[in-house]
Write a protein that binds this ligand. Structure first.
Ligand code: GLN
Length: 544
């Protein structure tokens, strides 16, 4: 097993995840089997309880792991399926050490960060890497070098390098090269300082990846090489490019692949990047554009909807269109200007080709989203509701078509006269928040002859879930009689997984999150359907 360890310096949000994924793509192109681990030095056991507005979306894995969004990047770039073991957090490590201590497994010893926590980190990394049966394991250490929280993890990877045979561990450090002042000079000092910090804890980077606006000049690379003690070929410019799919190609051009392979003792492997070049071309080639409204409540931080953005990109590439997302903050019902905001929203929705209402939790913005759904239903604008968006589409239908005034989800109104969305039976009595939802990969049985069937081309779909509420089984007959039919259900027939509206060109909802399984070149059927419907809608509008 070879390890490529990616650390970050200077500041957070440099795109370490994309760099790490890109290196993975390059090693995969050399015929190696690649896996990835993300280390998050926070105390949460997983990302499940975290507010997406702070940390970006919670990504969901097949096994139900609620993890950092970088695991989504790995899955999409490397086309692999990861498990929750691949996201190591301080909380998980401490929990397992404390459990061992309680069992008396440390035989009377004083349990300490060094060696116990650090050993636990190393053994977890090795176990996860070995289990994946990969040739190379990319490990991204979250946070920035110098953070108190990351210390035990950096110490663990330092020791890992010492313990592993020569050439098995490669350190990649991602830093920032800013441009300051009127002369526009690229500054190397932040990089020098952060490498100094890294070396202070005993880690000498093998490769330095420099994030910057413009290509890092040869002169600046030479200076970084000199002061950070790496060869010039090991300093790589990762300047801004118009889309993430170009990053592997950009850093490959500068020789990072050959250099990394050499340092890992794998020189001579033939690298064939044509598959990725094809993907990059496909992902960026489209000329025709469609406008997709995304009506959400975390629209201020785009990372909260990262997988939706990617799924739309993948589907767009498949359909030969570029999807421009129109971000719409759902009007909030308890604000005095609610109706005014709804009007403004409608003016914007008039100009889009499709409407997407994503998942979410909590009351805020619910009524605003419902009004957007009314607009999609009445104006026959292509619509997809995901998870909460699906539940809201059923509430909207109950209120607007079946005249069930006050219909709601018991999540928002426990006393609603028409609880068309209600707690899953197995959720009753659960009080703990973490990892207790209906999570992960589940099978959906699709009814033949439906839109869902046409999209999936199958009577079975496997998709990832993350919810506590469901369409209330007692209302299903009535809803279906009204024309909103459930075309996908759980194997026991009890849980409604997909809904679609009769007499509407494309109005779909799903209880699962299809965006988590969308990959470049292998887009999600639901999103392909939505984007295709958007394109048709736009063309139709053009003809009128
Ligand atoms: N809040 C809803 C539920 O728990 C929807 C969840 C979601 O959109 N992920 O069922």
């Amino acid at each position: 097993m070879k390890y490529v360890i990616v650390t970050g310096g200077v500041l957070s949000g440099l795109g370490k995840g994309i760099t790490a994924s890109s290196i993975g793509v390059l090693l995969k192109s050399a015929g190696l089997k690649v896996t990835a681990i993300k280390i998050d030095p926070y105390l949460n056991c997983d990302a499940g309880t975290m507010n997406p507005y702070e940390h970006g979306e919670v990504f969901v894995l097949d096994d139900g792991g609620e993890v950092d969004l970088d695991l989504g990047n790995y899955e999409r770039f490397l086309d692999i399926d990861l498990t929750s073991d691949h996201n190591i957090t301080t909380g998980k490590i401490y929990r397992s050490v404390i459990e061992k201590e309680r069992k008396g497994l440390y035989l009377g010893k004083t349990v300490q960060i060094v060696p116990h926590i650090v050993n636990e980190i190393k053994s977890t990394i090795r176990r996860v890497a070995r289990k994946s049966k990969a040739d190379v394991c990319i490990i991204e250490v979250g946070g920035t070098v110098g953070d108190i929280e990351s210390m035990p993890f950096l110490e663990a990877v330092r020791q890992l390098k010492r313990e592993e045979p020569e050439g098995n561990v490669l350190f990649v450090h991602v830093t920032l090269v800013p441009v300051v002042g009127v002369v526009g000079e690229q500054k190397t000092k932040p990089t020098q300082h952060s490498v100094k910090e890294l070396r202070g804890i005993g880690i000498q980077p093998d490769i330095i990846v420099c994030r910057s606006d413009k290509r890092v000049t040869k002169k600046v690379k030479a200076k970084i090489a000199l002061f950070c003690d790496v060869p010039e070929e090991a300093v790589i410019s990762a300047h801004d490019v118009s889309n993430i799919y170009e990053v592997p190609l950009l850093i490959h051009e500068q020789g990072i692949t050959e250099y990394a392979l050499k340092r890992l003792g794998l020189e001579g492997l033939k690298v064939d990047l044509s598959w990725w070049a094809d993907i990059a071309r496909k992902m960026t080639g489209a000329k025709e554009r469609v406008r997709m409204a995304l009506v959400g409540k975390y629209t201020g931080l785009k990372d909260s909807y990262l997988s939706y953005i990617r799924a739309l990109e993948h589907a767009g590439a498949e359909e030969g269109v570029k999807v421009d997302i129109v971000w719409i903050d759902a009007p909030e019902e308890d604000k005095p200007d609610f109706e005014e905001k709804v009007k403004r929203m409608y003016r914007r929705l008039e100009k889009v080709d499709a409407i997407l209402v994503p998942g979410g939790f909590g009351q805020r913005g619910i009524e605003g989203k419902i009004r957007a759904i009314t607009f999609a239903r009445e104006r026959k604008i292509p619509f997809l509701g995901v998870c909460l968006g699906f539940q809201l589409s059923v509430i909207e239908f109950a209120r607007g078509v079946l005249m069930m005034e006050g219909a709601n989800s018991t999540e928002f109104d426990p006393n609603t006269p028409y609880p068309v969305v209600d707690l899953l039976p197995e959720q009753r009595g659960i009080t703990q928040l973490g990892a207790t939802m209906r999570l992960g990969r589940q099978r959906t049985i699709i009814k033949p002859g439906t839109m869902a069937h046409r999209l999936y081309g199958s009577t079975v779909a496997w998709e990832r879930h993350r919810h506590r509420y469901e369409i209330n089984p007692t209302f299903i007959e009535e809803i279906e009689r009204g024309g909103y039919i459930f075309s996908g259900v759980s194997p026991d027939g009890q849980k409604m997984e997909i809904g679609e509206m009769r007499g509407h060109p494309f109005f779909m909802g799903c209880q699962f999150h299809p965006e988590f399984k969308s990959r470049p070149g292998r887009p999600s059927p639901m999103y392909v359907g939505l984007v295709r419907a958007a394109r048709e809608y736009k063309r139709e509008k053009g003809r009128r």
